[in-house]
Design a protein around this ligand. Sequence first.
Ligand SMILES: O=C(O)CCC(=O)C(=O)O
Length: 238
Amino acid sequence: MNTPEEKAFFLENGYLHAKGVLSPEMLARTQSEFDRVWEAEGSPCNQHKLLKHEHFINLIEHPPILDRHAAMFGRQTQLLQYDFLRQGPQSKSPERGWHRDFSHRGDHPVSINTILYLDDMTEDRGPTRVVPGSHRGEDWPPAGQRDKPLPNEVAVHAAAGDAVFINSAIWHSGGRNNTDGLRRGIYLYYGYWWLKRYDAQQTLAWQALENASERRLRLLGVKMPDRDLHMYDPRLTF
Ligand SMILES: O=C(O)CCC(=O)C(=O)O
């Protein structure tokens, strides 16, 4: 998180809405690259497809995103998952889909997802919803209520180019797209270097590894952040 206030808000509430993470030019480029790559690669579009394309290789190091993860995970920051989020017009999905992405005992986050929005999350487009503070403890959203509004939910009305950072343990839900347009976003999910990617058995695209800086190799989990985990100094900066 970029300031002590952002960090305190994130640790207390389990999420942070960061405005203007993409400049207008970068947003326009990202929208057109999203449409092009979606067309070329087909669904689902995850790290194995996105990391073949220069724009999306560079996006994993975009400072307003990466700096906030590095403020939590330091040099141990690793990209765990990378996905397109795309809902067509007039979706028939349920009103809510409450879940946790990942939970781990303890208050400190072990992984954080970024939802980077490429369309305005108006009420009609179905904003992401969170239950502030629900990242603590071990409870899951109540069974039987998972497709319905919850009393303490907060809708994050993000604009295109904004991002929401969520502790992966927070109860959250996507929304239903009731507009005639698309609902587009990108998930950039980071966590500690010692977490294994779910699909770690599959080698990442060579395009992301070729001529990569040491920092990018660390971010992709193919270069160690330090000499040895036991000797690791958590104060090392990215
Ligand atoms: O679609 C959204 O707004 C977020 C959904 C989400 O984060 C998830 O399904 O894990």
